[in-house]
Ligand binder design. Structure first.
Ligand code: KIV
Ligand code: NA
Length: 275
């Protein structure tokens, strides 16, 4: 990614025009989002979105590397960030470095993302001091779903101070940006004012330095997941359903393939042949 945005370039956008971020898991979607995005995240949401897993806990390093390689082939401009999956970084700074180095070496990504605040500060400092730029992620951290007992908003009322401390800790530890997920709007606004690095909101605040959504969610690619914070910019799932139903009908009625979809005995033209 010779002409791609870098982690320091993203950090420098603090307080400036909003950073546009989306997830991608495949080459064709990476090609679609790249011209419009500053950051493309290969999120561990891939486990739920593309693999049918019930949470992100079952996502492996191998899955992240394979999807990272696919996305890398589709990017020219956006900064690619790859999520470290559950169990690949929490044990020790050394474990985190070993696995982050594998992700970077095998996918060509210039940065990784990991979940956690104060508990991960030492690891973030270890990684950033050794050539691994880290995007942090606080608030609702989906890998902690069992510890939270669900996917509820984090940082309401008295709990706000905890999330604020988490964000300050990861910024202090050297993260180049921090995702704030599903926290009250005034809290996200306040954290954005207080931390020195860009905040990337999802279910957070328009005051954040950037926004991120799961691309399949905002495209309306599957029907049953409709959280409040996802705006659907398209209903591609409905469009796909209608197309598949039309194909099934035409095959059953013998109307597909039609004359224009089949090959004759002889090429149609001398020069071009058949497409
Ligand atoms: O995995 C993911 O897609 C994420 C974003 C929603 C921030 O972590
Ligand atoms: Na994630």
């Amino acid at each position: 990614q010779a002409r791609a945005l870098t982690p320091p370039a993203i950090s420098a956008r603090k307080g400036k025009t909003p950073l546009v971020c989306l997830t991608a898991y495949t080459t064709p979607v990476a090609r679609l989002v790249d011209p419009h995005c500053d950051v493309v995240l290969v999120g561990d949401s891939v486990g739920m979105v593309l693999h049918g897993l019930p949470s992100t806990l079952g996502v492996t390093l191998e899955m992240m590397i394979m999807h990272g390689q696919a996305v890398r082939r589709g990017l020219e401009r956006a900064l690619m960030v790859v999520d470290m999956p559950f169990g690949s970084y929490e044990e020790s700074s050394e474990q985190a470095f070993r696995n982050a180095a594998r992700v970077m070496a095998e996918t060509g990504s210039a940065a990784v993302k990991l979940e956690g605040g104060e508990a991960m500060a030492e690891t973030i400092r270890f990684l950033t001091g050794r050539g691994v730029p880290v995007m942090a992620h606080v608030g609702l951290t989906p890998q902690a779903v069992n510890a939270f007992g669900g996917y509820r908003v984090q940082g309401r009322g008295e709990d706000a101070e905890r999330i604020r401390r988490e964000a300050l800790a990861v910024a202090e530890a050297g993260a180049f940006a921090v995702v704030l997920e599903k926290v009250p709007e005034p809290l996200a606004r306040r954290i954005t004012e207080e931390v020195a690095i860009p905040t990337i909101g999802i279910g957070a605040s328009p005051a954040c330095d950037g926004q991120i959504l799961v691309v399949d969610d905002m495209l309306g690619l599957f029907g049953d997941f409709r959280p409040k914070f996802v705006k659907r910019y398209a209903e591609l799932g409905n469009a796909a359903s209608a197309a598949i139903a039309a194909y099934a009908r035409e095959v059953r009625e013998g109307r597909f393939p039609a004359a224009e979809h089949v090959f004759g005995d002889k090429p149609k033209t001398v020069s071009g042949g058949e497409a």
